[in-house]
Design a protein around this ligand. Sequence first.
Ligand SMILES: Nc1ncnc2c1ncn2[C@@H]1O[C@H](COP(=O)(O)OP(=O)(O)OP(=O)(O)O)[C@@H](O)[C@H]1O
Ligand SMILES: [Mg+2]
Length: 320
Amino acid sequence: MISTKKIIENIPNALKTVNISGLGKKTQGKVRDIYISKGKRVFITTDRQSAFDKVLGYIPFKGQVLTRLSVFWFEKTRDIVANHLISMPDPNVLIVKECKLIPIEMVVRGYITGVTDTSIWGSYEKGERVIYGIKFPEGLKKNQKLPENVITPTTKADFGLHDERLAEKDILKKKIVDPKIWKQMKKVTLALFERGQKICDKAGIILVDTKYEFGLDDKGKLILIDEMHTPDSSRYWIKKSYKDRLKKGLEPESYDKETLRIWFKDHGYKGEGKIPKMPLKFIAKMSSLYMEIYEKITGKKFTPDLTKNVSKRIKDNLMV
Ligand SMILES: Nc1ncnc2c1ncn2[C@@H]1O[C@H](COP(=O)(O)OP(=O)(O)OP(=O)(O)O)[C@@H](O)[C@H]1O
Ligand SMILES: [Mg+2]
């Protein structure tokens, strides 16, 4: 972790995008720049900050945190399922195995919460008791722990569209994935999430929910891909204050991207129209939050690489 002053100094160096010729075909997600060649992906996590399905700005060192945190989790869960990680040649870059994407977001939840259309609390509050084909008991309160972890899959929407709910019967009926692989995906999802909950719990964090993506390698084997248990793909709450706040009817203290969503909502932005510009101080606050989360979960210090020209550093590290 570094001082606020140092973070602010580094805001102009945040990694917006990378253009490297000779690395293969480039594709772009909201957060990642990806080069595909010879069965491998050069998976570059930039400092782009997305929320409401839009890119809202740049947070220095966020790409480094997400990269290193994913590596931490991939190593901690390798015994449960194979993952796409091959190597980390640069603090923002993973070389991963190129897989055939299974177009399902495996969302898994330990608590009843959320605000969006795909959240379970939204439906439960309206009186629905069968959500995503799963039966929920009467009397649940917002933010309460569920009797058991549940999988609530969604589609992986194309660029610009929102993800939609998928019930298990539709996944099988539409033959989105082979039934045997689907069974394995469910089992692995619950095991990964339990492992994540245990490790976070020891660090004083509640892993509330998360999202996994899977793919198949060239032999048809199931592989965990994308990012893992990061503050972008998961919801974390602070364990220490959770019970007391639940009792008092207060929202739990979140320890993830929620702070950012709240800032944008407070500035009149909910995903449409002109994007408000984040002040330098707030950018620095988000940056230190990302670094702090890394330190808390892993128990290790986060010392960011402070190279000014990140694009050049990446090219040098990839030797292109
Ligand atoms: N090993 C892999 N093989 C094939 N595709 C992969 C692999 N790992 C990740 N992907 C895909 O690469 C993309 C990662 O880019 P990124 O996370 O920026 O996209 P996004 O999901 O559109 O954005 P956001 O994460 O903000 O929702 C995703 O589409 C993901 O499904
Ligand atoms: Mg993504």
